[in-house]
Design a binder for this molecule. Structure first.
Ligand code: NAP
Length: 226
């Protein structure tokens, strides 16, 4: 599966405020870029922390892109997937609003009663991993549902794991001209941190958008010419 990580961070590397309040980090042009990326994906993936903090719907906004997907014989919106070990996704969460297919990627620690409630809301629950979600296994399960292109939007705990298990192929980061601060604010990669074996990336492009900068990377070190 091809996996694109996309996030917007402040100049000091934060995805949100210390109280996990969403803040506009980018502007209209970048929102439109993110909408286009979503429209290319088969699934948009977030962690349960993001669902609980922001309650995003993760659908495509632009009518032309929705029509384009339909014309290509694809569903109007990509599926949504929540990485959620204990199946804590609220049944009234926007990702379960019926606008698109919904997956909850849970672990064996999820109580069956919560799985049943999510399935009753129309979600497909994938169980992978004992205590936490085994991301490679969960993504492999998504692939069996015909999902070839994933866009992972965050937050920082999930993105750390995505880097840790080597799932990301492309990383797009919008760096906005704002400083949020806070040692407890989520960053692009939280988790326990790497002690060595740091993921290395190759910078593919730099572009000014709105009043910030879009950085695009592929995973792996640049190949040495010659
Ligand atoms: P998160 O990354 O959205 O979700 C993390 C949770 O996912 C974990 O606490 C864990 O909870 C669950 N999980 C299950 N298996 C996992 C695994 N293998 N690896 C990692 N996580 C796993 O939460 P967050 O770090 O608190 O980030 C939320 C914040 O990010 C919000 O403030 C949101 O606004 C912000 N955000 C910003 C952007 C942006 O582009 N600026 C994008 C997205 C989110 P369980 O153990 O309970 O399952």
């Amino acid at each position: 599966m091809h996996v694109v990580v996309n996030a917007a961070m402040s100049l000091d590397g934060k995805l949100a405020t210390r109280s996990r309040e969403p803040v506009p980090i980018s502007g209209e042009a970048d929102f439109d870029r993110v909408d286009a990326l979503r429209s290319e994906a088969d699934v948009v993936v977030v962690g349960i922390g993001t669902v609980l903090a922001d309650d995003p719907s993760l659908t495509v906004g632009d009518r032309g892109r929705i029509d384009g997907r339909r014309a290509a014989d694809r569903p109007p919106h990509p599926a949504r997937a929540v990485v959620d070990s204990r199946a804590r996704t609220p049944v009234d969460a926007a990702v379960l609003d019926g606008e698109a297919a919904s997956y909850v990627l849970a672990s064996e620690a999820a109580p069956q009663s919560r799985i049943d409630r999510l399935e009753a809301r129309g979600a497909t629950v994938v169980v992978a991993g004992e205590d936490r979600v085994d991301l490679p296994a969960a993504f492999a399960a998504l692939a069996t549902h015909g999902i070839d292109r994933a866009m992972v939007e965050g937050g920082g705990e999930l993105l750390y794991s995505v880097f840790d298990v080597g799932l990301a192929d492309v990383v797009s980061v919008y760096v906005g001209s704002v400083i949020l601060g806070g040692r407890d604010a989520p960053t692009l990669a939280d988790g326990v941190g790497f002690d060595g074996d740091f993921p290395r990336l190759t910078l593919e492009s730099v572009e000014r958008i709105d009043d910030g900068v879009l950085l695009e990377y592929t995973l792996g070190e640049p190949s040495v010419a010659g």
